[in-house]
Write a protein that binds this ligand. Structure first.
Ligand code: NCD
Ligand code: ZN
Ligand code: ZN
Length: 346
């Protein structure tokens, strides 16, 4: 039987939420990943070092017995974040970055940034301290077509920002377009990008196959096939500027299966397996290790993991749903379908 042993991978973009939801989803990540960058878009958001450290304690307390997992924390940037908060964050070993949500761009982004010039002193401090900025890269102008919002963000926001602060380390999160791939490939080495498994496996047809598919709706929204192909080419390229970030985003089933369903795809239940599937389809399984296990750690200046994980090429059926606490459930990606890889003894 075909097996693949890798260093234990890391997830450089993850939503864990809090409370019972966190307790329900965390085991999926702990089974697969050694570390994960935990997104701060709780309600209310995690905006201070003290809040991030308290949130980290809650995550650590929820790690199942015997699990070894390090949550890496982020702060949610608001127009009121003082530069001193960045200094405090940079003094903590547990806080790895600051997250920029353009206000209104995505789930729980209302407290985000409306006008980038208002956070410029904070961004200057981050550049000075070497604190990475993690970016949800979409403009929010309702007049801009939703499929163009990432490209427009790169042109109108990211390019001028990197020109103004060339020292700033930036991760363009969950990229979805050929333009983003080209931009990151040709930019300076302070810029990297994460890529989700769902953007490697699906194009926008998945939103409408046989009817509207709320469980395939995320932001940035799935794009055309040419973009999926460009993302896959970047992921398997061996370039250290592209690395794994699942953006696994749990939402209760009823909030997605709704007249106004919310954005986010849940992949933590099978994250590394889904990436293995994408890399295998591209004939590039040997490139999975760099993408999933090395490049993110290198970019963030952390040691690579020494423990290993083994994937077995054996298919299994994904449950229709998982419990999410408080009587709710979530519908994972590929619900009721099959995945061709599983974790050994997982
Ligand atoms: C994320 C969530 O649910 O928190 N949703 C999503 O569609 N990706 C937010 C985000 O990462 O933009
Ligand atoms: Zn986002
Ligand atoms: Zn996200």
């Amino acid at each position: 039987m075909l097996q693949l042993t890798l260093p234990r991978p890391d997830d450089w973009h993850l939503h864990l939420r809090d409370g019972a939801t966190m307790g329900a989803v965390l085991p999926h990540t702990v089974q697969r990943f050694a570390r994960a960058i935990v997104m701060p878009n709780l309600n209310p958001p995690i905006t201070t070092t003290a809040q991030a450290l308290a949130y980290r304690e809650r995550i650590v307390a929820a790690i199942p017995d015997g699990g070894r997992f390090a949550p890496l924390m982020t702060l949610y940037l608001t127009e009121n974040t003082p530069a001193e908060e960045i200094v405090r964050a940079s003094e903590s070993d547990h806080i790895l970055g600051v997250k920029l949500y353009p206000a209104g761009a995505t789930t729980h982004s209302d407290a985000g940034v409306r006008n980038l010039s208002r956070v410029m002193p904070v961004l200057e401090k981050m550049a000075e301290l070497g604190m990475p900025l993690l970016v949800h890269g979409e403009v929010t102008d309702p007049g801009v077509d939703i499929f163009d919002r990432e490209q427009r963000f790169i042109e109108q926001v990211l390019t001028p920002l990197l020109e103004r602060l060339p020292e700033l380390k930036v991760v363009l999160e969950h990229i979805t377009t050929r333009e983003a791939v080209e931009f990151v490939s040709t930019a300076g080495e302070n810029l990297a990008a994460t890529i989700t498994a769902h953007h490697l496996l699906l194009n926008r047809n998945a939103l409408f196959s046989g009817g509207i598919r709320p469980h395939h709706f995320c932001l940035p929204v799935l794009k055309r096939e040419i973009h999926r192909e460009a993302l896959l080419a970047a992921a398997i390229s061996g370039s250290p500027r592209f690395f794994l970030g699942t953006d696994s985003a749990p939402h209760p089933r009823h909030t997605k299966e709704s007249s106004c369903g919310c954005a986010g795809i849940y992949t933590a239940h099978a994250a590394i397996e889904l990436y293995a599937e994408a890399f295998e389809q591209a004939g590039a399984l040997e490139r999975l290790e760099g993408f999933a296990c090395h490049f993110g750690a290198d970019f963030y200046g952390l040691p690579r993991n020494e423990e290993t994980i083994t994937l077995v090429k054996e298919s299994w059926t994904v449950p229709q749903h998982y419990p999410l606490g408080s009587g709710t459930t979530l519908v994972p990606l590929r619900a009721g379908g099959r995945i061709g890889w599983r974790i050994a003894n997982g």
